[in-house]
Design a protein around this ligand. Structure first.
Ligand SMILES: NC(=O)C1=CN([C@@H]2O[C@H](COP(=O)(O)OP(=O)(O)OC[C@H]3O[C@@H](n4cnc5c(N)ncnc54)[C@H](OP(=O)(O)O)[C@@H]3O)[C@@H](O)[C@H]2O)C=CC1
Ligand SMILES: O=C(O)C1=N[C@H](C(=O)O)C[C@H](O)C1
Length: 240
């Protein structure tokens, strides 16, 4: 496959290495300072664009590719309030757009475990639930996209909770799930869900040891997407 890399930072670099090691070629590696290279590309020769940039850049990058008929696999977090616009454009252009807040297969197993635990805890009482995420200090958004997905999984299954809030933002209420975001180098991404009572504590944790799992997941999805249409997610890709 011929892959366009939109956002050649920490993730873009590892994704390119993995893609090349699996026999793919890279059409271009685009960052903010070489975006003019896009105009020299022939969209018909690009099989997929992999987009890991930053919250303010994602929407422009994704639109550029969808408007040219290129399937997009995006992992950029922190821009999701604008995703409905991209969903509409994808359907209007009969294109393919795949988004995941986390491409690691392990995290996607963890998402399912989180939902199962929330369902079980919904049947009991006396526990306070909280979420903590730890990432490196270069991360631009808080809470992480993964923490938001986890929070949505809890809220959907745990009746007492109706929304989430970042701790320190003054929204404490028994109906709001507190998320603490810590920035500590070099953490690639740790997510902890805690149910605490005066008697005991139940805690589940996913710790990424590197960015390999995120990057490999994005390449695997990119190998799967050619020929697919519509707005896609990990639920379409995974068999569990
Ligand atoms: N879904 C998932 O599994 C994962 C998602 N992420 C998310 O992916 C995103 C990128 O993460 P990471 O690689 O660590 O971040 P980096 O900051 O290392 O890389 C982002 C890159 O995007 C470039 N960029 C900025 N503006 C544009 C633009 N307009 N067009 C193209 N490129 C641009 C930056 O260039 P410059 O440096 O020149 O500004 C930089 O090289 C983040 O939102 C992060 O949260 C990260 C890991 C896993
Ligand atoms: O910025 C990061 O590094 C990461 N971002 C994603 C997120 O916001 O959830 C995924 C992973 O946790 C690493």
């Amino acid at each position: 496959m011929n892959i366009l890399i939109l956002g050649y930072g920490k993730m873009g670099k590892i994704i390119s290495e993995i893609a090349e090691s699996r026999g793919h070629s890279i059409a271009a590696k685009i960052n903010i300072d070489n975006r003019d290279e896009l105009s020299a590309l022939d969209p018909a020769k690009i099989d997929v664009a992999i987009e890991f940039s930053q919250p303010e850049a994602a929407i422009e990058n994704i639109k550029w590719a969808i408007e040219r008929g290129i399937p997009v696999v995006s992992g950029t977090t922190g821009w999701l309030s604008k995703k409905p616009e991209i969903n509409r454009l994808t359907l209007e252009k009969n294109g393919a757009f795949f988004y995941a807040s986390n491409f690691s297969i392990g995290v996607n197993v963890f998402f399912k475990v989180n939902e199962m635990l929330a369902k079980l805890m919904n049947e009991t009482s006396g526990y306070q639930v909280s979420l903590e995420e730890i990432h490196h200090t270069e991360k631009k958004d808080a809470p992480s996209g993964t923490a938001i997905t986890l929070a949505q999984g809890i809220i959907k299954n745990y009746q007492q909770l109706k929304e989430w809030h970042l701790t320190g933002e003054g929204k404490d209420s028994e109906h709001s799930l507190p998320i603490t975001a810590k920035r500590i180098d070099p953490a690639p991404g740790t997510h902890i869900i805690r149910y605490s009572s005066p008697i005991d504590e139940i805690e589940i944790t996913h710790t990424a040891h590197s960015r390999q799992g995120f990057a490999l997941g994005a390449v695997l999805v990119s190998e799967w997407i050619p020929g697919k249409k519509g707005v896609l997610s990990m639920d379409d890709f995974l068999s569990f």
